[in-house]
Design a protein around this ligand. Structure first.
Ligand SMILES: *Cc1c(COP(=O)(O)O)cnc(C)c1O
Length: 363
């Protein structure tokens, strides 16, 4: 008998999401559990997006606009590109899948950084695409020089998370432009910048301003983090119009709901929510950077909305102790970081409670 699924599906280890609040409360008989596990926006969704979704909810019996006409135009203006260069997705995760499906064959290799965002590896494997993972360099940084050297005639696509998840580290504009200069034009470079709106490092650049000179470059962004719309599923890619046209052929016609399109339009206007999100995040990163080393934690320099901390002890056990006290974080033992937990920045009160509970456990 032939196997039910191909080997690459049989051996696929699925994505492990952050544990939901409700499930944790049920399992441990707790109330008021805090989730600092999925880099969600601690301020909640953009209030203007919530209002916009309420306003269109009566029209949800109709199929959405398959072209997302208004949102595409607004986003294009927002990032200063042509509407033909914008592709929307049900989260940027859908765009990762679409890029792999559209531009690679099972003979093509996908180049990744080991320990970085696991969705790239999972999507590659789910499509039966071979992938090569290059180790990070000292300091949990992408080793772009080694990655450029690892490109072979089989390499078709490279994924870069900048800032990276789960490490929070970032690489500079110089490093990115040097990498792009070393990459053959037929290799697609996907610059996943899910956290770019949080970066305050002057040497950082989004890939969006470079897309014009690099027809093989794709910038991926999301409404899940800065706009607080992770539950709505809305992401976008900015790229050469020729690449975008191919994605429009392969994507599902109604990949964006009526609610997502309305939410996106309103969230882009909600500059106050974005400003407050950045402010709360900055304060939270500073707070963790001051407090966690006093508890024996070693932090990377995070440019995102979470910290990546080594407490010098097995992370899974620490994660479980935190769960029992009502704090959900994320251990990364499965991805080669046995002692690291990732803690998302919460509200000031949530951050303080997290530090308090860590203090109880660690001292
Ligand atoms: C959170 C995150 C995303 C966003 O995924 P969505 O599907 O848009 O919610 C993409 N890439 C990285 C590296 C992330 O951490």
């Amino acid at each position: 008998m032939r196997p039910l699924v191909p080997t690459h599906v049989e051996t696929l280890k699925p994505y492990v999401p952050g544990k939901p609040i409700e499930e944790t409360e049920r399992e441990f008989g707790l109330k008021g559990v805090i989730k600092l596990a999925s880099n969600e926006n601690p301020l909640g969704p953009s209030p203007r997006a919530v209002e916009a979704m309420r306003n269109v909810s009566g029209a949800t019996h109709l199929y959405p606009d398959a072209t997302s006409f208004h949102l595409v135009r607004k986003l294009a203006a927002h990032v200063d590109v042509k509407p033909e260069q914008v592709v929307l997705g049900s989260g940027s995760n859908e765009l990762i899948e679409l890029l792999i499906r559209t531009f690679t064959t099972p003979e093509d290799e996908i180049l990744l950084c080991q320990g970085s965002f696991s969705a790239y590896r999972i999507s590659a494997q789910a499509h039966g695409r071979p992938f090569v993972e290059m180790p990070m360099r000292e300091g949990f940084l992408y080793d772009l020089e080694a990655m450029a050297k690892a490109i072979t005639p089989r390499t078709r696509m490279v994924f870069l998370a900048n800032p990276d998840n789960p490490t929070g580290t970032a690489f500079s504009r110089d490093a990115l432009t040097r990498f792009l200069a070393a990459v053959p034009p037929e290799v697609l470079v996907v610059h996943d910048e899910a956290y770019c709106e949080f970066v305050e490092w002057p040497e950082y650049t989004s890939a969006v301003p470079l897309v014009g000179q690099h027809p093989n470059l794709v910038a991926l962004r999301t409404f899940s983090k800065i706009h607080g719309l992770a539950g709505v599923r809305l992401g976008y890619g900015i790229m050469d119009a020729r690449l975008a046209a191919y994605l429009h052929r392969t994507r599902m016609p109604f990949n964006l709901t009526v609610l997502a399109q309305a939410a996106g339009l309103a969230a882009l206007e909600d500059t106050e929510h974005v400003r407050r999100t950045r402010e709360v995040n900055r304060a939270g990163l500073d707070y963790f950077a001051a407090e966690l080393p006093m508890l024996g934690g070693t932090l990377t320099h995070s440019h995102a909305n979470f910290v990546f901390v080594d407490f010098g002890r097995p992370a899974v056990a620490l994660y479980e102790q935190l769960l029992r006290k009502g704090i959900i974080v994320r251990p990364f033992a499965g991805q080669g970081f046995p002692n690291h937990v990732r803690i998302s920045v919460g509200t000031p009160a949530e951050n303080a409670r997290c530090v308090q509970v860590l203090k109880e456990i660690l001292t």
